[in-house]
Design a protein around this ligand. Sequence first.
Ligand SMILES: Cc1cc2nc3c(=O)[nH]c(=O)nc-3n(C[C@H](O)[C@H](O)[C@H](O)COP(=O)(O)OP(=O)(O)OC[C@H]3O[C@@H](n4cnc5c(N)ncnc54)[C@H](O)[C@@H]3O)c2cc1C
Ligand SMILES: Cc1cc2nc3c(=O)[nH]c(=O)nc-3n(C[C@H](O)[C@H](O)[C@H](O)COP(=O)(O)O)c2cc1C
Length: 1004
Amino acid sequence: MAHLIDEVLFQSGNKFKNRIVMAPMTIQSAFFDGGVTQQMITYYAARSGDAGAVIVESAFVENYGRAFPGALGIDTDGKIAGLKQLADAIKAKGSKAILQIYHAGRMATPEFNGGHKPISASPVAALRDNAETPLEMTEEQIEEMIELFGNAVNRAIIAGFDGVEIHGANTYLIQQFFSPHSNRRNDRWGGNIEKRTTFPLAVLAKTKQVAQSHNKTDFIVGYRFSPEEIEEPGIRFEDTMFLLDKLATEGLDYFHFSMGSWARNSIVNPEDKEPLINKYRQLQSEAVASVPVIGVGGIAQTGDAQKALAQGYDMVAVGKGYLVEPTWATKALNNETCAEFADIAQQEALLIPTPLWDIMDYMIVDSAAEAEKHQRIKELQGIEIRFQPGTYTAYGRGHNGDLPVTVTFSEDEILEIVVDSSRESDGIANPAFERIPQQIVDEQTLNIDVISGATVSSQAVIDGVSNAVDLAGGHSEALRVKARKAVEWIAQTIEESADVVVIGGGGAGLSAALTALDKGKSVILLEKFPAIGGNTVRTGGWVNAAEPAWQGDFAALAGEKETLMALAETPESEFAGEYLDDFRTLKSQLDDYFNQHDHGNKYLFDSVELHRIQTYLGGKRTDLNGETIYGQYDLVKQLTSRSMESIDWLSEKGIEFERGLVDIAVGALWRRAHKPKRPKGVEFVDKLQKRILEQNGRIITDTRATDLIVEDGKVVGVKAIQANGNELIVKASHGVVMTSGGFGANTQMIKKYNTYWKNIADDIKTTNSPALVGDGIEMGEKVGAELVGMGFAQLMPIGDPKSGALLTGLIVPPENFVFVNQKGKRFVDECGTRDKLADSFFDNGGTVYMIADAEIRKTAANTSDETIAREISEGIILEADTLEELADKIGVPQAEFVQTIKQYNTCVEQGHDPEFNKSAFGLKVEQGPFYATPRQPSIHHTMGGLKIDTSTRVIGMDGNVIAGLYAAGEVTGGIHAGNRLGGNALIDIFTFGRIAGESAADLV
Ligand SMILES: Cc1cc2nc3c(=O)[nH]c(=O)nc-3n(C[C@H](O)[C@H](O)[C@H](O)COP(=O)(O)OP(=O)(O)OC[C@H]3O[C@@H](n4cnc5c(N)ncnc54)[C@H](O)[C@@H]3O)c2cc1C
Ligand SMILES: Cc1cc2nc3c(=O)[nH]c(=O)nc-3n(C[C@H](O)[C@H](O)[C@H](O)COP(=O)(O)O)c2cc1C
């Protein structure tokens, strides 16, 4: 193993005096044209001397190839003088001066390149927000680009640099030519992996040729690479090794990984834990082995650097360490601790230009403020806390307004806390109301962790007690920082067993558990959060099931018959063969209905076939790759034909449905929702849970299943980790039912699989519980399950722009929706499917407004007068007496807005919307006060997941059933395909949840 202090000798005959280099870091401080500034020279000089080499930040080889504002350039001869001063300053201090050269290709945004459209190997936009589609480079432009790289090398040599680093990483042009994502060419520059190496090899050859022409045989040439790409298709590690072998065979001095951590494993196969440097050493060819390689990322101290060398790198590069410790190498070589943060007052001393300082905010600490804070905590911890004995009631802010908390104190203790959760909890157990008070009393401190999944309620209790402490003359600030008792963790392994083990306590899990219990089986249900409920408890409670006998008692709404007529006229060519018979049956049902309608019998039509066909058409989607997906027929048939059986089962279990109203969820396409009387999904979770406990089912919360246990090819149990650190092993004699929900709260996972949305922003909000990160899909994959439809995630168009939540504001039935954009105009059929709505919201600036009047307000089923008043005071809903005033409040032109509403009201009167073809109409917007609720799409549902059959048995990659494993609910795929209809998820979980419980109990 090499030591940090050792020299490195290169093929060219040149060398570095030690194994530490400063990593290239753009400091965004060049002149507007890319010329070197004095500030840059001072910055680099201060960091030179002790490292073997300083790799100067990437310099663009062509004026329109910049990736950043303030980028350094080497595109004209005029820049040589400045570059020479820079190289001289580095060399004078004793480090080798290397310059990184690049062209940003498709990453060269017009914003930083005088409005120029970017260029690349192929016209494929990068997978990032607002990425521009680049122009495809002609052969001539490619040849010219190689010349431009050559010219840059020529200038670097004249300027006196010891070498150049060819920037083949960080998704810039050279990497773009090697990547199958950005290079779709079919000429000598692309078409297969061999051809995709042509451009990088040509740049290397040109570099060497230019060095040769100067007789600079010892000119150092390095190559930086990003080992993998997450894109599909994208560069895989084996591809990189193929390229490096080609480059090494041509001859060069070093390779340089580009990664955030030197110890990193694959980002494409994260389950493969082998560090990439190990793979590199295993896969390296003889030629690659002869080229020293630099590791980078997260090297903060000497120990990290030594570990990196021990792991197999020949040198280390230090980036951020050099920002805050300009003599990093000296300190590291002397085994001294290196700074990892800068103090807020140090910008000048560290000679850091302001644009760089601005992006370093996470590395900057305010030591003086921190010290003051620590001092204050020390003082507070020294205060003796006394109370005026007695009982006091104070309030915290819960979900539904003020939460009353009554606290009894002695002179020096909190004796009892009673939380009045009647307005909050809706009858369902909320662990925050039990555990937080208990912990406060046990530990006599307010320094308590909030409970995951119940953060608002936890904080409300803590704040309520805190306010009561002050009423009792105590000192809440001191109590909030009072030290807690150290928790002793004695992790042990506990073994349990049952006939059926269910993973996840949402609606699917509860239905499966209860059905298995009804069949006389013993059941253990594991739930990772402190409370069960998952997304199910968050729902509006809309459950779709065609019940014509009931729906037929309600009158048809304006526009509904026209919607059915349009549906009946859908060409048969739009149907997959297996759905055709149902479509024909539906058409004959509709003929009969239209006939009755024409004779004045205008009732609300429905049938199982209409539900099935709408599920099919609503889910049929084509993704960005041109792949079309639709619901698997046997599963959709099962869902729609057994839906009423599920409603009856729920009623039998005590769920009380509102029979006086047929409702419709957003994006449901039809009025067929059965909705519990008690608002939201709490009714299902509460009643099913009670039944399970009554029948001796066990629900174990705070327990996260991590793995399925497989013996002789059969799933026979589950491994789980409990919040107290215990490992729980639960054996299942009959089967394991996976009902762990979807992955709507895992944006990275959605982005990884997404093939449908052009862009999913990293900070997009979600309506989901934070628990829903795809655990079950991962567990299933580990035992060989096949995944279906993973590329399709549903966005909820009407999410709260701040929190992502669905049920804030005035959520009225779609027939009463009126959406206006930021110009005050309507833009879409408000009854459309969710993806169409979300797309139209994005096209209209992201945030749009739902408009309501006093009458429409009354149809909002998600809220109460009290909540509406609170949300108005918090700006979640905007209220105004007149439309003009409302226009001002939402910042849209008055005249446009008033005209829009006038036109909309005419459409309602006529039952016809010539502009957007709204398919059903309810109320007009005419009576003040008027309301606007701002809305923005957030992630709502993940349609893809484990593949199942009609008995909910999980299917493996080999097409065979995985014995002992069943799955139901949002963890599965195949039913809703590209777009789930509003109200179809709940009927899915209750139908397939029941089937899963039945199948596991009966060993199907
Ligand atoms: C705000 C909102 C409103 C909605 N409204 C409606 C509606 O009105 N109608 C409709 O049809 N659909 C609606 N949906 C969709 C619907 O709620 C879900 O698709 C459905 O509830 C999923 O049920 P499930 O049982 O599969 O999963 P969930 O109800 O999400 O339950 C999964 C459970 O598994 C647990 N879990 C996850 N991983 C593990 C692990 N490793 N170990 C142990 N436990 C684990 C989770 O904590 C969670 O409790 C709505 C969704 C949201 C977010
Ligand atoms: C401010 C900043 C600018 C960077 N600019 C470049 C660059 O111009 N070229 C490059 O290849 N990498 C660039 N990087 C990546 C670094 O070279 C390095 O790989 C990364 O910071 C990880 O190393 P570290 O953890 O030691 O900082 C930059 C990193 C930072 C923090």
